[in-house]
Design a protein around this ligand. Structure first.
Ligand SMILES: C=C1C[C@]23C[C@H]1CC[C@H]2[C@]1(C)CCC[C@@](C)(C(=O)O)[C@H]1[C@@H]3C(=O)O
Ligand SMILES: O=C(O)CCC(=O)C(=O)O
Ligand SMILES: [Fe+2]
Length: 359
């Protein structure tokens, strides 16, 4: 079994690594401080907004607006996604990550794109590696073809048809929910209710499955690095094992897993679409010494070449533009070729964009 990638970095074989007394230095993150308290994000019951109940809508608007102007994270329940589908999607993760390491390393991966399998990102980076495995694929809403099923069969094999259907149904449900959330966010911002839903109609999503094995040295490493999601909004399903942390009021705070709830995270692209009124959320994932953790992140992104700019009435109301026009294709390319997504991605991207060669 190969122990190193072509770039000389180690292969993330956590069964072997767990048996070693010391963590390879590439996985060690200096000066880590762990959350000592829970974040108090709003828990929004979406049923009232979906059914048009005026009082429930007013309450949802107040809480979502407060969350988004401060730290860009809230949780939703009664979102319309079947609890059995959430359970199936969370459990199906093991069908991929319990494959033999050779099979996982053989999953095709195009450099410069997030899609495919990764162990600790050790094939891309040599330091600040993370104690996780990820499997990432695209979702395009398409009534004719079950594209996720086709993708699973082509990259994982014919015996992954059933797994493909679980994530085909899951992504369809997430896409539908994203439309509801864009309407809610538009109403909160006082723009036309359909504005953002229409903007993303021809968009797509990056679907990521995260698997975090237990780690004997969990105090020295991270499951996912501190970052802002560059996408617009992320619908995150974290199962019962806590690990998601948000940076708020100058400290890391735990986002408590809530059964049947989904975590909604504002990303850089939606921050730009709100002309900076809504804040992109700084978050990360920690690991523990005893239990496996799984999470599913559905990153909603615009059509690659669509110009990202806030609605005109928001600009007029605000008077100034906070960020320049850009496309998702430019931002994605920047994160894959020039700047690992972290806590400084978007300001670095805006600077990079403004240098003439990148206009
Ligand atoms: C556009 C993307 C890059 C990442 C996947 C999507 C949305 C989130 C990004 C990421 C998960 C943020 C943390 C760092 C990262 C490198 C990771 O841990 O996977 C990011 C993804 C990536 O660059 O592949
Ligand atoms: O696993 C988690 O809870 C967070 C993962 C995350 O932030 C991401 O995949 O972008
Ligand atoms: Fe994230």
């Amino acid at each position: 079994m190969k122990q190193t990638h072509n770039n000389g970095s180690i292969v993330f074989d956590y069964h072997k690594l767990q048996k070693q007394a010391n963590l390879p230095t590439g996985f060690i993150w200096p000066n880590l401080e762990f959350a000592q308290e829970e974040h108090k994000e709003p828990l929004i019951d979406l049923q009232g907004f979906i059914s048009g109940d005026e009082r429930a809508t007013a309450e949802a608007i107040e809480h979502v607006r407060g969350a988004c102007v401060n730290h860009g994270l809230f949780q939703v329940i009664n979102h319309g996604v079947d609890a059995s589908l959430l359970k199936a999607a969370s459990e199906e993760i093991d069908s991929i990550f319990k494959l033999p390491l050779e099979r996982k390393l053989g999953i095709p991966r195009k450099t410069g794109l997030p899609q495919g399998y990764s162990g600790g990102h050790a094939e891309r980076f040599t330091k600040n590696l993370t104690w996780n495995e990820t499997f990432t694929f695209d979702y395009y809403e398409n009534d004719a073809e079950p594209l996720v099923v086709d993708h699973f069969k082509s990259v994982l094999g014919q015996d992954f048809e059933c797994s493909g259907w679980v994530y085909q149904k899951y992504c369809q449900a997430m896409w539908k929910l994203s439309g509801i959330l864009f309407e809610l966010l538009a109403v909160c911002l006082g723009v036309d209710r359909k504005h953002y839903k229409k903007f993303f109609e021809d968009g797509y999503s990056i679907m990521r499955l995260n698997f975090y094995p237990p780690c004997n040295n969990s105090a020295l490493t991270l499951g996912t690095s501190p970052h802002y999601d560059p996408s617009s909004i992320t619908i995150l399903l974290q199962e019962r094992v806590e690990g998601l942390e948000v940076f708020s009021n100058n400290k890391w705070q735990t986002v408590r897993p809530r059964p049947d709830a989904l975590v909604i995270i504002i990303g850089d692209t939606f921050m730009a679409l709100s002309n900076g009124i809504y804040k992109s959320c700084l978050h990360r994932a920690v690991v523990n010494g005893e239990r496996e953790r799984r999470s599913l992140a559905f990153f909603v992104t615009p059509k690659a070449d669509k110009v990202v700019r806030p609605p005109q009435d928001l600009i007029c109301r605000e008077g100034t533009r906070l960020y320049p026009d850009f496309t998702w294709s430019q931002l994605l390319g920047f994160t894959q070729k020039h700047h690992r997504v972290d806590a400084a991605t978007f300001p670095s991207f805006v600077n990079w964009l403004s240098s003439s060669k990148n206009l």
